[in-house]
Ligand binder design. Sequence first.
Ligand SMILES: Nc1ncnc2c1ncn2[C@@H]1O[C@H](COP(=O)(O)OP(=O)(O)OP(=O)(O)O)[C@@H](O)[C@H]1O
Ligand SMILES: [Mg+2]
Length: 518
Amino acid sequence: MLKVLVVDDDQALRLSVRSALESTKKFSVEEAFDGINALEKVKAAPANTRAFDIVILDVDMPRLNGIGALKAIKEHDPGIIVLMLTAHATVEVAVQSVREGAYNFLSKPISSEDLINLIDKAITAHTLISTLAASSPVFVDEGRKIIGNTSQMQKVFNVIHKLAKVDTPVLIRGASGTGKELVAKAIHFNSARKDEKFVAINCSAIPENLFESELFGHEKGSFTGASERKIGKFQFAEGGTLFLDEVGDMPPQMQVKILRVLQEKLFMPVGSNREISTNVRIIAATNRPLEEMMKDGRFREDLYYRLNVVPIYLPQLNDRKDDIEVLVHIFIRKFNTIHNKKVTGVSKEAAAVLKRYNWPGNIRELENVIEHAFVLETTNSVTLGSLPEAVLEAVGVNLVESMEQLQSQSVSLKKSAQSFSGDEIDVEGDLDIDSNLEDDDSSDSVDEDISIAIPNNGPLDFNAQKEEFEKQFIIKALKTFKGRINQTAIHANIPKKTLLRKIEKYGIVAKEYAEPKN
Ligand SMILES: Nc1ncnc2c1ncn2[C@@H]1O[C@H](COP(=O)(O)OP(=O)(O)OP(=O)(O)O)[C@@H](O)[C@H]1O
Ligand SMILES: [Mg+2]
């Protein structure tokens, strides 16, 4: 007998749910009147036992609301199945619930039949995944790996592993660029189907009138333009996995047909009267609010439940910033190979910007930013100067302003250096803002605008800023004087010895700025 806790501040509702459940003789039911009371009861179980298998949680409750209780319950024991139930369903709350680990979200009033149906599904999903052992790294095709050290991603890996071992449909949710396709591949390439095809189809890119033929194929002459018989993606993927990307954009009449394939494993090509049986696993993905779309009839509820056997929700990069460093590292390796470069890392300032930015385009955007830097970067590490302006701007780094600030700092330092005798200044190495102070007397101003950047509200680390400035300055000067060391030293007012030392220090290759020989 499964133990269920019904949590609601409305006694009448608790009673009606209780009697619906008890009438099946499958459940033993207890009640709690709010979130705090629910937690007390959940936690009352002796160590290593579970007081409840399933908790049905109301959302609006005094003291501790449903979302708060959900979080606390999942923290206490992630294995408890939680279903949310509310009279005032909003999409935000629904999405948040699923994200926090609720199995599903129901609007009141709900019929006892629907409720029991849903509990059955939740239990199936739950036993499916809880009987399988968890293990860690997930390899995608060709040795590619999904990266993520944060606890959010570790949870995702667990689910991927479990889903790879069963053959149910999968629905992957997550914002753009969070890795939905990568996860779909990981499930396929870790599954028994791994030696068969992984076929992806983007539902938002297929014209509505061609959808059916694209998926199921067509007979010759079945419609204008069908000059040959053609097999569809289902036959193409036979034995393997079909990835329905952007499934939320699938036209309603196709949703019915896909549902039928999921239920009966049969389909009919356009213009044919012969049913074809299929053995294909469906993995679907979307970043659309399916719960909202179901409400106004744009997405079929029955298809949703068919696909959403075990929910898998990919976190935004902004919610797992600790993964940025390792992702950047992986992308640097990747682009070193592609662009034949030897980038070894990221400057401190650039790393701070990457960490502060909020990544609306998620991992895809991070990957693009690193590739952008590879194209622009002339040294062996990714520096502020090679990050896209939009990213710098978003975190409050202003290129021109920073430059002006730095120049005025430099001028005032020079002045103070000249007006004091050497041993009176507190020169802790850091006043060595640019080594041309060493034997510089007649410094005319720098002739060009030098676009370097300092984060206005970033880490105020003078040494780091200074080094970044020096490096960018030298690169700019070398560019201006076509990589010629002597010319650069004279015109940019840097003692040659200092210039050579700095060039070596920052791994700059002067030859790269030489005029190409024709
Ligand atoms: N955890 C990860 N580790 C390494 N690379 C990742 C990870 N997640 C995503 N990527 C990379 O980021 C890019 C975007 O991933 P993917 O295409 O799977 O995202 P998506 O959610 O399908 O995006 P969209 O909604 O825009 O289609 C890909 O190049 C992918 O390889
Ligand atoms: Mg995608």
